[in-house]
Design a protein. Structure first.
Length: 320
């Protein structure tokens, strides 16, 4: 069976045979451009994900199980323990056990810019962009870790920057043009998040053209698959990484401070996280705004009833 025939069979079995509706009208080049993305899609899986999502939305409950607020094992903001947490974090960095994952696939469209969010001028007197701020703070952490532990060689904390097809080339060029903002270029890895086909409300995969599937980035939740698919997890293991600090580029938090490198989510309101099942992290401010919106609905939703339907497109600043 040819690749075309096997793909036709798979998509037909998932009720998506219409993706081949214009096959006969396509040129050889257009057929090749259609088969390439279709070969990367598991039609049964994506249809199942879509169907489950729609069912959850309609029922107002999550099929993945109940959720509950996160429970902290300890309070890293306790001044009596702050020094110990900071020392532990600096040791982890100095020992090569720490890595940072920066989620930076989005464009600044809501800010009136098509450039990657990390390149946006946020109006600081210094003119620093978010990318520069995050990298300079990471460079400072490396220096602090070396000084605190008396490291004989420079400390390196590898940085993995998740981009999207819309931001990848521009992000790489920006880092290169700015000499990686003082970081070791060999320890900065750019990898692209995946995408998913777009569906109509009736459950049909949407076509952008007769030979193109309409797709969209798979969101921050796709970071786990993307880290594996792009060899980042293998690289972490090779380096001996034990702790991964991950956050969104637009989160205005102190990038990977010593305590945050080893702590559980603290208890203060500004840095509190809710969770849905399988530890999808949701920033408190997003959860709080959504809770108020749910309460104002014509048919109000309870706090955790509404939260169970939201596990994407939220600011996340979490420790994996």
């Amino acid at each position: 069976m040819s690749s075309e025939e096997s793909l036709r069979a798979a998509f037909a079995a998932a009720g998506q045979s219409h993706v081949f509706a214009h096959w006969d009208a396509c040129s050889a080049e257009e057929r090749a451009s259609l088969l390439a993305p279709l070969s990367r899609i598991d039609p049964a899986r994506v249809k199942s994900v879509f169907s489950r999502s729609m069912a959850d939305h309609a029922s107002g409950s999550s099929s993945k199980g109940a959720i509950e607020p996160v429970r902290a094992d300890d309070d890293a903001s306790n001044p009596e323990k702050a020094g110990a947490w900071a020392d532990a974090g600096l040791r982890a960095a100095a020992n090569g056990e720490l890595a940072v994952v920066l989620l930076a696939g989005g464009q600044g469209t809501r800010l009136g810019s098509s450039a990657p969010k990390g390149m946006y001028d946020i109006g600081l007197p210094s003119g620093r962009t978010l990318f520069r701020l995050q990298c300079e703070r990471l460079a400072r952490l490396q220096r602090d870790a070396a000084a605190a532990t008396g490291a004989a060689t420079p400390v390196t904390v590898p940085l993995y920057v998740m981009t999207s097809p819309f931001t990848h080339a521009e992000t790489e060029a920006y880092f290169e043009a700015n000499a990686y903002f003082g970081l070791d270029a060999a320890s900065v890895t750019f990898f692209q998040q995946g995408d998913l086909p777009c569906f109509s409300e009736s459950g049909a995969i949407l076509m952008k053209s007769k030979s193109e599937v309409a797709t969209a980035p798979d969101g921050n939740g796709g970071v786990y698959k993307a880290l594996h698919a792009n060899g980042c997890v293998a690289d972490m293991r090779k380096r001996g990484v034990k702790h991964v600090y991950a956050y969104c580029v637009e989160v205005r938090a102190r990038s990977c401070s010593p305590r945050s490198a080893v702590r559980r989510p603290p208890l203060s309101r500004e840095m509190t996280f809710s969770t849905v099942s399988h530890f999808n992290a949701i920033h408190f401010s997003c959860h709080d705004a959504a809770k108020r919106a749910d309460a104002a609905l014509k048919t109000p939703k309870r706090e955790w009833e509404g939260a169970s339907l939201r596990n994407g497109k939220t600011l996340a600043n979490n420790l994996l």
